[in-house]
Design a protein around this ligand. Structure first.
Ligand code: NAD
Length: 494
């Protein structure tokens, strides 16, 4: 595929998709869609506003009340979601190109997201759609009492830009599988693949108006969704700061419940009994630098036993130096630009702060100031927990290294963060692994893995972020329950 030619032929269409068709918004919000690889404009579009959100919510409510989706036999919803997964695979090149142009992800990574990751989420949610059973309570022969899962109604979803198609699918798939209608607001940086997903959902058989997408700014479209009195549940992926604003907005409107998947600062903990330092070094760099470090569960803090620190750090440095930023439209590129100029400013600011605070930059990535938001991998040694680079989420290719002498010290360092998304522990001791898995305050713990080995286990198992990383179950069977309400029904009589 000649991606450069394909890129020049893209017809940009970023408008509200409501009730199964694109609509022209009366909004005056203009968004300039910029390619971060070149910092040139892809298109200038007028995105949605609060009136579009209101129209989308009304349609979603009407469809929900009509029962055209929620009252379908669950097996039928399974079929349609599986068809949607196939369609996403079929259109993988188009979806991947949109994501790469809008956020700079290397094209092969975008193809992986569209061909493997997003369809796997759809299939996994489809697999649970007809297995949401309630329970019955054995009361007496005159009484029948049971629980039943029902869809919540109209779900509002707001997503981040780092995995555009996957972030959209992670909201859409469980919400639809559980029988809800939706209004989705993707990130203003990356709306196109979410709009394509809505078109494909229609083609797969999801009725018009069940999945609506309103592209736009957080402060207008996002806030309107959070404030809307007829949204029954708000599901969010993004920063902790925005998540907290949404809690306020939800409280000021109808008190809608929230699912919040927010930021992280996850540790990679390496004990001195590991037998394969090369595997650890591979996983450390892959996990910290994947997607240019713009991953919520990136293991951005390497906590390593003092006796093996030098040996591991040497291996990590060699590997990280191999991550050379390149044009994301070249299939050989594995490391692209950051997603936006704002991200470059943010990451460069943290690198500056790390140096000022006294950390030792053992690898310092080059920062390209114009013509592409490229920032190479940076590794800081001699990091203290009090430094802002150790405490705050950078969301870029920056790894912080700290060392420990005992298991207790490793645990203290691991938990010395406001976040609680994920962690990895490298040890051959089952006892140590079990103790750490139990005591680390994070929603997802990997032992001798950074979670990149395969999609099955993370998709089948549900998890819940802890502390400032958010709350509410995601993925797996409990992930569908999170988009449902549990009702108790009691019959009395013969
Ligand atoms: P962000 O919080 O700036 O934006 C996320 C979404 O919220 C966007 O759609 C944005 O338009 C919207 N938004 C912003 N302000 C709003 C407001 N006042 N009201 C309503 N909506 C508003 O985050 P980002 O920069 O897009 O994404 C990066 C963040 O996302 C990182 O913190 C990362 O860790 C997090 N993230 C978390 C997960 C997870 O699963 N935990 C996954 C991906 C990304």
């Amino acid at each position: 595929m000649n991606w450069v030619t394909a890129a020049s032929a893209v017809q940009w269409r970023i408008q509200p998709f409501i009730d199964g068709r694109y609509r022209t918004s009366e909004s005056i919000d203009l968004v300039e869609n910029v390619n971060p690889a070149t910092e040139t404009t892809l298109c200038r579009v007028s995105v949605g506003n609060a009136a579009d959100v209101d129209a989308a919510v009304r349609v979603a409510r009407q469809r929900f009340n009509e029962g055209c989706w929620c009252d379908l036999p669950s097996g039928k919803r399974v079929e349609i979601l599986l068809r949607l997964a196939q369609l996403v695979v079929h259109y993988k090149d188009e979806i991947a190109l949109l994501d790469t142009l809008e956020m700079g992800k290397p094209i092969t990574a975008s193809i992986y997201d569209a061909e493997q990751f997003a369809p796997a989420v759809l299939r996994s949610c489809a697999g649970f759609a007809d297995k949401l059973f309630g329970e019955s309570a054995p009361l007496s022969s005159r009484m029948l009492a049971f629980n039943v899962y029902e869809p919540r109604g109209v779900v509002g979803a707001i997503t981040a830009w780092n995995f555009p198609i996957v972030n959209a699918v992670i909201k859409v798939a469980p919400a639809l599988a559980a029988g809800n209608s939706l209004v989705l607001k993707p990130s203003e940086l990356t709306a196109s693949s979410a709009l394509k997903l809505a078109e494909l959902a229609l083609e797969a058989g999801v009725p018009e108006g069940v999945l609506n997408v309103v592209p736009g700014l957080g402060a207008t479209v996002g806030a309107a969704l959070a404030l809307h009195p007829d949204v029954d549940l708000l599901s969010f992926t993004g920063s902790t700061a925005t998540g907290r604003k949404l809690q306020e907005l939800a409280g000021r409107s109808n008190g809608k419940p929230l699912l919040l998947e927010c930021g992280g600062k996850s540790p990679q903990i390496v004990f001195d009994d590991v037998d394969d330092l090369d595997a650890v070094a591979d996983a450390t760099v892959q996990s910290a630098m994947w997607n240019q470090g713009q991953v919520c569960v990136a293991r951005t803090r390497l906590l390593v036993h003092k006796d093996i620190k030098r040996a591991l750090l040497d291996k990590v440095l060699t590997r990280a130096a191999g991550y050379v930023p390149g044009d994301p439209l070249h299939e050989a590129t594995t490391f692209g630009p950051l997603a936006s100029a704002a991200q470059r400013v943010r990451v460069a600011g943290y690198i500056e702060k790390g140096l000022k605070e006294g950390a030792d930059a053992v690898l310092k990535g080059t920062i390209q100031e114009a013509g592409g938001c490229y920032v190479g991998p940076t590794i800081f040694d001699q990091v203290e927990s009090s430094m802002s680079i150790a405490r705050e989420e950078i969301f870029g290719p920056v790894l912080c290294v700290q060392s420990f002498a005992t298991e207790a010290e490793a645990l203290t360092l691991a938990n010395e963060t406001q976040y609680g998304l994920a962690a990895t522990v490298w040890t051959r001791s089952m006892g140590c692994a079990k103790r750490m898995a139990h005591a680390i305050r994070a929603g997802s713990i990997c032992i001798r893995s950074s979670g990149g080995e395969g999609l099955e286990s993370p998709l089948l198992l549900s998890h819940e972020p802890q502390k400032a990383s958010g709350f509410g179950f995601e993925l797996g069977r409990h992930g569908l329950e999170a988009y449902s309400t549990l009702k108790a029904v009691t019959f009395v009589g013969n």
